[in-house]
Design a protein around this ligand. Structure first.
Ligand SMILES: Nc1nc2c(c(=O)[nH]1)N[C@H]1C(S)=C(S)[C@@H](COP(=O)(O)O)O[C@H]1N2
Ligand SMILES: [Mo]
Length: 349
């Protein structure tokens, strides 16, 4: 059973979110002073239609299709009773940063004008998709796995769905029912969603209802009309500061915090510039550097004079991938990963 509701159910206070239609972007200052994970009260929401309310007691996750020997349906309690895994994983919208195609490169891309807040890292707990596929007798001939959401159909395109190759489905994909130690909240996919490490957010289908396993390549509007040719997320960085932050100086250096991430590997280096990219200083990375989530860092800065400055952060991951100063135009405005020019004002404290 599905009850359609307003686009997003959780509160969206203005100090934590910027709302774009049925989507809500996290303000980066909301991560300041937070731990590794993005708390649920500030985790971004990207909905094609609206958050459905689903009754877990009658909910079933059906696995079917020619790629399986014994189609199965699993209930919520059954899923929760299976061996579980817990992963720290980032979910990021492919359109995160789209606004900067226009504001930084004077070549605006249509679509939701996300700043950098279309990302969050949570601790997800659930059952590996591999386990469910094995339970349903996955065949060696299986090619693609097509998860569909139970939210209302999007325009004329049907339910939100996007095929995954069987190799990824059998690797590190989770059918998650918990987020940061709580049952998945309605806005983030209750009763269960996919979590697809390193891949664009659209791969992580929420409100899972149905998973089809094929023996030939599948397509859906979400890999042909929308999000074609986007798979893993590129390297990006953000400061945990408001846009146009006012920073007060009073003789002691400022300590600026930020986070960097990549869908392709660990972050190994972050450099920061305060002079428009003429000189770069290494930031100090904190703690464990997780593959599919983000790295926290800080840098000290002692501006000599009050005034307007532009902060820039540039990360490099273990594959050598880094952030350019300018990136080529993308027709859909996906994957903006050039160094973002973050304006601040330094005032005497
Ligand atoms: N069923 C369904 N799954 C979905 C979506 C959706 O609208 N419906 N949006 C996708 C997109 S584009 C993104 S970026 C992520 C966002 O996850 P979040 O809202 O939990 O942050 O969910 C994905 N999964
Ligand atoms: Mo997305």
């Amino acid at each position: 059973m599905r009850i359609a509701t307003a686009a997003i159910l959780k509160p969206l206070p203005a100090h934590l979110f910027r709302v774009h239609g049925e989507n809500a972007e996290m303000r980066w200052e909301a991560m300041s002073g937070q731990g590794y994970h993005t708390p649920i009260d500030r985790f971004f929401v990207r909905n094609h239609t609206g958050t459905p309310l689903i009754d877990a007691a009658t909910w079933r996750l059906r696995l079917h299709g020619p790629g399986l020997r014994c189609p199965r349906a699993f209930g919520y309690d059954e899923l929760r009773a299976m061996p579980s895994r817990t992963y720290d994983v980032a979910i990021e919208c492919a359109g995160n940063g789209r606004r900067f195609y226009g504001s930084q490169q004077h070549d605006a891309a249509p679509g939701t004008q996300w700043g950098l807040g279309g990302i969050g890292v949570a601790r997800w707990r659930g059952v590996p998709l591999r386990h469910l596929l094995k339970e349903a007798g996955v065949r060696p001939e299986a090619v693609d796995v097509l998860p569909s959401g139970l939210d209302a159909p999007f325009e004329d395109y049907g339910h939100v769905r996007r095929p995954l190759p069987i190799a990824k489905a059998m690797d590190d994909v989770l059918v998650a029912y918990e987020m940061n130690g709580e049952p998945l909240p309605p806005d983030h996919g209750f009763p269960a969603r996919l979590v697809v490490p390193g891949w664009v957010g659209i791969a992580s289908i929420k409100w899972l209802g149905d998973i089809e396993v094929s023996t030939s390549t599948m397509t859906s509007p979400w890999n042909t009309v929308f999000y074609p040719d986007v798979t893993t997320q590129p390297v990006k960085s953000a400061f945990e500061l408001p846009w146009n932050a006012r920073l007060a100086i009073s003789g002691v250096p400022l300590v600026l915090h930020g986070r960097s991430w990549s869908g392709q590997g660990r972050i190994i280096r972050v450099e920061v510039s305060f002079d428009g990219g003429d000189t770069w200083r290494a930031a100090e990375l904190h703690g464990s550097h997780l593959v599919s989530a983000w790295s926290q860092w800080h840098v000290t800065w002692a501006p000599r004079r009050p005034g307007r400055y532009v902060l820039m952060a540039r990360a490099t991951d273990e594959t050598g991938a880094t952030q350019p100063l300018v990136i080529p135009r993308h027709p859909f405005g996906y994957h903006f990963n050039a160094v973002v020019q973050h304006p601040v004002e330094v005032v005497l404290g």
